[in-house]
Write a protein that binds this ligand. Sequence first.
Ligand SMILES: *[C@@H]1O[C@H](CO)[C@@H](O)[C@H](O)[C@H]1NC(C)=O
Ligand SMILES: *[C@@H]1O[C@H](CO)[C@@H](O)[C@H](O)[C@H]1NC(C)=O
Length: 510
Amino acid sequence: MNRSLLLGVLILGLPFVNGDADKWSTGNDGVLQLNSGNFDRALREHEQLLVHFYVPLSGQGHQVSAAFEGAAVELQGSEVKLAVVDAAKEKDLAKELNVAGSSEIRLYVSGDKHSPVVCPVPQSSTSILTWLRRRAGSPGDLVRDLSQLETSEDVTVVGFFRELNQEYVQTFYATAIQLPDVSFAITQDNEVTHKYGLTYDVVFLLRKSKLIQAYKLMPQTSKEELMVFISVYQMDPVTEYTGKTANQILSSPVLNHALLFIRKSSADFNHVYSAFNNAAQSFRVKILFVWVNVDEPRNGRLMEYFRVRDFEAPLIRVVNLTSHVTYQLPSDTLEVESIKTFCASYLEGKAKPKMQSEAIPEGWDTQPVKELVGMNLEEVAFNPNKTVFVMFYLPYSPASRALFPLWEELAEATEGREGVVIARIDASANDINLSPQGAYPTLCLFPALHAERMVVYSGERRLEDLIQFLNTEMEKAKRDRVQEDEDRRKYIKDIKDEEAKKADKSKDEL
Ligand SMILES: *[C@@H]1O[C@H](CO)[C@@H](O)[C@H](O)[C@H]1NC(C)=O
Ligand SMILES: *[C@@H]1O[C@H](CO)[C@@H](O)[C@H](O)[C@H]1NC(C)=O
């Protein structure tokens, strides 16, 4: 036998040698680390290959990675083999396989490289396990006794069918596969008719024996329609934005969101919340209602994103997630009727997008004092890398004009200081959502690292005092951010711990 032939035999033989795969492992959990060199071989070897394509350090993929790691532990020794691909490093492979985005889980079956099944974005390891289990199962697995369902705290999606071998049931089951984070059940129990007044071929949502909403299936009802129905009604009319609900909110098929920014500690919280909740009932499926607790430091980033400053709360923003245009409820009183009217006018295309502004003046940033207008105020003031000190003035007021020279002096004194911007804006010509705290001119600082925070200056209008204030607030913002980052780390750890607990629980189920 010549040498190259021997080599060929050895290489061809390798994939069939048991235990060899361990050489690829990333750790003792038996997860394969794949690249363009060994991907095909892994496909050949494993009838079911669940691959997580990830980009290291991408914030978005964090939850998916945690879920995948949890699932990997559970699936050790099962017939599903797990693997990861670092999509940032393996660019060619990612391109060949059409992997887009920073985090995706796919199941490759029977070595078919070209038509993998994409796993719905998992909220936890349980999502992945449920998805796999439902994929491998059949509608019969979902059949439950009605009395078993009635006690559940979670929403259960129940299909009420006479026969299991109908097309309706297939659509229902396909939906269950697509929504692994939701509990599904099938009942054939006639008790449903008596108890809830429903007929056959209906899908309904149940929580603790309370009927939330029902949907009558039609021959043309698609999986997609059923998914929209479930996604909307499994949520309460109003959802609080938190680390836990963020995914559900952002993956909702409803692409118009109304966000109420409010302090939970404020005296009018109950009143405003109840008005918001009341209005929400009229817009299910059309607008998703979300509230954001402004007291919660973790929401700082979200507020930065929507450019809401804490002192502006309470306020309501409506966002069109398709066009990313935002609208602001133009009312001081957040009452049921004004919220409803506003939402209706938005849906009719009659609402006016937020922000009235002068045009951005030519050369606005060439002088020591930057000239802001409504259109660029937020962009400049909310820049987390800059500490921005803004004078809100009225051009016709002598008191405002008297302060211009001092502002010039301050700008010159801080010129060349990294990350410090001195600016002014004409409050009469630009709608800036600023409830003037005292008379104009108002001097407000937006510290770096805490752009959603605004500190109103109330000291002496003297250069030394202004500089002293600037320094103190910059230091304070730095200290607070360190503390918040620490909080956030703890928060992520909590989520991970919870994941681990959930994974333990689902072990028995699998
Ligand atoms: C949201 O934006 C999209 C894209 O610009 C537009 O087609 C749609 O009509 C908008 N929806 C509302 C309710 O304004
Ligand atoms: C702030 O600085 C970071 C890091 O240099 C950069 O990635 C980011 O784009 C900056 N943000 C703005 C709004 O300029």
